[in-house]
Design a protein around this ligand. Structure first.
Ligand code: LU1
Ligand code: MG
Length: 214
């Protein structure tokens, strides 16, 4: 039977990456998606911007919206301090199955908690069910029309503190116009655009970093 793209990405990791070496997992996925078949990972170019923001924030708690195959999950977790935790939300069970194996291959199970479900349902349960106070960093990379409602929901649920950083992928391509307008015009956010390119292409895209001012 025909394999799926996520299954082929997992295969590339198992064939080309070293178990327990997160950066080799990241490199294996980038090489596969650049040379064999495109996939919607944040990729190596925007990934370097992601790395610099993660290193600057040095977060103890991270929330990722939209796991897909776990590329950015592994990329972020590989930079976290020893006791830091990353919670990643994914509602497609098929993607979750693949992401769990990619995370395991990287040896990052202890830092990452993958929770299956829709962000709109899970965000209100973060405090009670997952023992989270607030998030130091949120990486938004799920359906683009969910960035704004989920940001408002995180505010309402008290999951953002003064200084919490939101980093959003794809603010140009495919684009998140309502979210961009909101964070750039709201007095409660200090926003900055990092110009880059759509993963594995020359098309313009970028990341928007928004600091919640409380
Ligand atoms: C609400 C919610 N809750 C939990 N998981 C959710 C969710 N919405 C999506 N997800 C999960 O995240 C993943 C979805 C991500 C959506 N990302 C995209 O649609 C996406 C699309 C492109 C793109 C650009 C140009 C083109 F020509 C074609 C595609 C590039 C990217 O980097 C992307 O992230 C997988 C999905 O199951
Ligand atoms: Mg993306």
């Amino acid at each position: 039977t025909q394999s799926t793209r996520p299954q082929r990405i997992l295969g590339a990791v198992q064939q080309n990456a070293t178990r327990g070496d997160p950066r080799s997992v990241v490199r294996a996925i980038d090489q596969y998606c650049r040379n064999q078949e495109w996939a919607m990972n944040v990729g190596d170019e925007k990934g370097c911007i992601l790395d610099s923001v993660v290193s600057e924030v040095n977060p103890a708690t991270v929330l990722e919206l939209g796991t897909y195959c776990g590329y950015s999950t592994v990329r972020i977790a590989s930079l976290l301090p020893p006791h830091a935790k990353l919670i990643t939300l994914e509602f497609n069970p098929e993607f979750a199955v693949i992401a769990r194996q990619v995370i395991a291959w990287a040896g990052l199970e202890d830092k990452i908690q993958l929770v299956e479900g829709a962000s709109g349902d899970l965000i209100p349960k973060m405090k009670e069910q997952f023992g989270v106070e607030t998030f130091d960093l949120v990486f938004l990379d799920h359906w683009k029309d969910r960035y704004l409602p989920d940001t408002k929901l995180m505010e309402e649920c008290g999951l953002l503190r003064k200084g919490s950083v939101l980093l959003a992928d794809n603010v140009i391509c495919p684009g998140t116009p309502d979210y961009l307008e909101f964070v750039r015009s709201s007095p409660r956010y200090e926003s900055q655009y990092f110009k880059s390119h759509l993963e594995y292409t020359k098309v313009e895209d970028g990341l928007e970093k928004s600091v919640f001012l409380g």
